[in-house]
Design a protein around this ligand. Structure first.
Ligand SMILES: C[S@@+](CC[C@H](N)C(=O)[O-])C[C@H]1O[C@@H](n2cnc3c(N)ncnc32)[C@H](O)[C@@H]1O
Length: 385
């Protein structure tokens, strides 16, 4: 494996046999090769070949993301790159699934005091159930009934490989960033109750325990198997989290239940209809003086059509239907419509330099132009006291 630390073991994690690990290492290394070696070469192909060929035909240089896409789509290198990229993405998941399917013996875990509250009647939002987001087979809401944790096990191991281990051994890098940023930005804010919406298996949720150890932690997601796994994972790690199944557009909690409502890399996967509804419900859930914090992908830098074209590949080829729209939404405006006052809303970007602090990847400097645009964006808003 390319990075220095492997994913940290815990009682719920399924890494599989020696052969499973070998397949995972191959998928991981191939993906790193595709993103670290093949992806940057697209720029050379565009500058030296595709842009010229396009200009010859169209009578002008490609100037918009759509024109860059048309120019590149005619080039055989780009087609090869896309094929390798999609294959490596699918291999990540298929290297993880056999071990999960064989079913590891469920290790007993000590009780940390958390809970799991599933809603068998929940109909997951169609924007999640209709497509396997970033090609994870079965998607977030696959559930084979009582006791099934497969989607959680696949997500935990698969995301570690997918993100090249850059989220750290606990897959919690985004949660750590958000919680520490919040503590630095609002040093006097001490939330007693925290809700992480779209918590998945709780990667980010648990990060808040380190920063706010006295807070009651809650995680909400619509995937039952994610939550079963997340519950066992949290208990095995000795962190008390109350997980519940529900839709973040109408979260199953009374008004004014939480001091902090947060989400991590969730909003870019929600539909343009659902996102405003989620922020509106977040506002309802906050106590007076409470804080909403969302961390996700940055906005597009529309001044660079090539960079935007490259980013939009997520929508075109990686089953991320809302990636393009999300990066153009004015989050401050949506937060105002949700009920927050303009003066109580802040937007910030955590730069790639911060995000990549744990990265052991010699391509960083070569990719610096792209990397500069790759930080996380933060939406922070406070309800009046
Ligand atoms: C990319 S994952 C992020 C998971 C987690 N926040 C993390 O940092 O690992 C997005 C999660 O949001 C959940 N999600 C999306 N829309 C949701 C909604 N309306 N209600 C509840 N969960 C939702 C998905 O089921 C999925 O688990």
């Amino acid at each position: 494996m390319k990075n220095i630390v492997d994913q940290a073991d815990h009682a719920a994690l399924v890494k599989g046999s020696h052969d499973d690990r070998a397949a995972q290492d191959f998928a991981f290394t191939l993906r790193n090769h595709v993103t670290g070696e093949l992806m940057p070469a697209n720029r050379t192909v565009f500058d030296r070949r595709a842009a010229t060929a396009y200009a010859r035909q169209a009578g002008k240089a490609p100037a918009t993301p759509a024109e860059v896409r048309r120019a590149m789509s005619a080039d055989s290198w780009y087609k090869f790159y896309l094929s390798a990229r999609r294959t490596s993405q699918e291999l990540i998941w298929s290297s993880v699934i056999p071990a999960v399917e064989r079913g590891a013996a469920a290790a007993r875990v000590k009780a940390a005091g958390g809970s799991l509250n599933l809603d068998p009647d929940l109909v997951p939002p169609r924007y999640i159930s209709a497509i396997d987001i970033h090609c994870m087979p079965g998607g977030y809401c696959a559930d084979r009934g009582p006791g099934d944790e497969a989607a959680g096990a696949v997500y935990d191991r698969g995301v570690y490989l997918y993100m090249s281990g850059l989220m750290g051994p606990m897959n919690d890098g985004v949660g750590q960033l958000a919680a520490r940023w919040l503590k630095a930005r609002l040093p006097d804010f001490a939330p007693a109750s925290i809700l992480d919406v779209g918590c998945g298996v709780g990667h980010a949720t648990l990060a808040y325990h380190g920063v706010y150890p006295d807070a009651a932690l809650h995680g909400l997601d619509c995937g039952a198997a994610l939550l079963r796994y997340g519950h066992r994972r949290a208990e095995s790690l000795g962190v008390s989290v109350h997980f519940a199944q529900g839709d973040a557009e109408q979260a199953p909690y009374p008004d004014a239940s939480f001091d902090l409502v947060t989400s991590h890399i969730v909003l870019h996967e929600t539909s343009t209809r659902a996102l405003p509804a989620i922020l509106k419900d977040n506002f309802r859930l906050l106590k007076p003086g409470g804080v909403m914090l969302h961390i996700d992908q940055p906005r597009f830098d529309d001044s660079d059509p090539y960079a935007t074209f490259l980013q939009e590949n997520e929508t075109w080829y990686n089953n991320e239907p809302f990636w393009r729209q999300y990066r153009r939404i004015d989050l401050a405006e949506v937060a105002q419509i949700a009920g927050f006052a303009a003066a109580d809303i802040q937007l910030d970007v955590l730069t790639a330099a911060v995000v990549q602090q744990s990265q052991n990847n010699q391509r960083v400097s070569a990719m610096s132009e792209t990397a500069k645009k790759r930080g996380f964006s933060i939406l922070l808003a406070r309800k009046p006291a």
